[in-house]
Design a protein around this ligand. Structure first.
Ligand code: 2AM
Ligand code: CA
Length: 271
């Protein structure tokens, strides 16, 4: 049986509390889908409400910690070394479209290192959580990344750039290189869940750029604590700071890194 520390209890309980409202809102969104106006404002309100509620719940439990949240930005705390990194709804576009792949992501950063993380998917009621040095879990079950070493058998998740035409020419060769070599590419639309699924061995690998720290802070710890490798897509060691993530078991990570590097290399001059 997995034993949660007091701080992880605080994180899980905050995530579950706000999730109850999110499940209700999600039901409402299914109705709003058919209205002409769509659920846009409703979702923006849900995002800010959950952000505020999480800050309230976490501050009650740990009054001195600071915050970095998607909706509220950075707030210094009395305890300068510790802060919560929070994404109230990761996968907002899915949420808005009535697609159930979204999650609440909460990480605790201490002296620049993420030491605890939870990614909670309200619709499937799956609590992914990890503590530095203590392993990663789905509910009570210990997680390990997938053992598959052959990319041909691997299912790889990615994030396709959207509304960033400047990113498209760089991304397409990477996608092509990976899709030509693996068993299938998936695009869930929530980086936090993508990383949780890598930790759980559902996905064998994941890459995406253009992310923010709150999208990946908890998920990166999940992958590390389930025995996986994480880096930037160029192999650099600060994926969270750059919002540039490559994750998988060591063999898949190495293979993907090589393919992405090759895809980025300028082609031979022609003409
Ligand atoms: P969100 O749902 O909280 O916006 C999907 O590719 C992933 O990218 C999701 O985790 C999504 O988080 C994130 N994302 C979407 N748009 C983004 C943007 N403009 N900047 C950073 N991250 C973004
Ligand atoms: Ca997000």
């Amino acid at each position: 049986m997995a034993r949660t520390s007091p701080v992880v209890n605080v994180m899980q309980s905050a995530a579950r509390k706000v999730a109850r409202g999110l499940v209700r809102d999600f039901g409402e969104i299914e109705n709003l889908q058919v209205s002409r106006k769509g659920p846009g404002d409703f979702v923006t309100n849900a995002d800010t409400r959950v952000d505020r509620k999480l800050r309230e719940l976490l501050s009650q439990a740990r009054p001195k910690f600071g915050f970095l949240t998607e909706e509220g930005g950075a707030q210094a705390g009395e305890d300068g070394g510790r802060r919560w990194i929070v994404d109230p709804i990761d996968g907002t576009t899915n949420f808005m479209h009535g697609i159930p792949m979204f999650a609440v992501s909460i990480a605790l950063e201490e002296a620049g290192n993420v030491t605890a993380g939870v990614v909670y998917a309200p619709i499937t009621d799956e609590m992914f959580w990890a503590e530095r040095g203590q392993g990663a879990y789905l509910n009570d079950r210990r997680l390990r990344v997938a053992a598959r070493r052959d990319l041909q058998e691997a299912v790889i998740a990615t994030g396709i750039p959207h509304l960033r035409p400047e990113a498209t020419p760089g991304y397409l060769p990477e996608l092509r290189a990976i899709m030509d070599e693996c068993a299938g590419v998936r695009r869930l639309g929530s980086a936090a869940l993508d990383l949780a699924y890598v930790a759980a061995g559902r996905f064998d690998g994941f890459w995406e750029t253009g992310l923010s720290p709150w999208d990946v802070a908890a998920g990166l710890l999940l992958v590390r604590e389930s025995g996986g490798m994480v880096s930037r897509t160029d192999g650099g060691t600060d994926p969270m700071e750059k919002g540039d993530v490559l994750a998988g078991n060591d063999a898949i990570h190495t293979r993907m890194l090589r393919l992405i590097r090759q895809a980025r290399r300028p082609g031979p001059a022609t003409g």
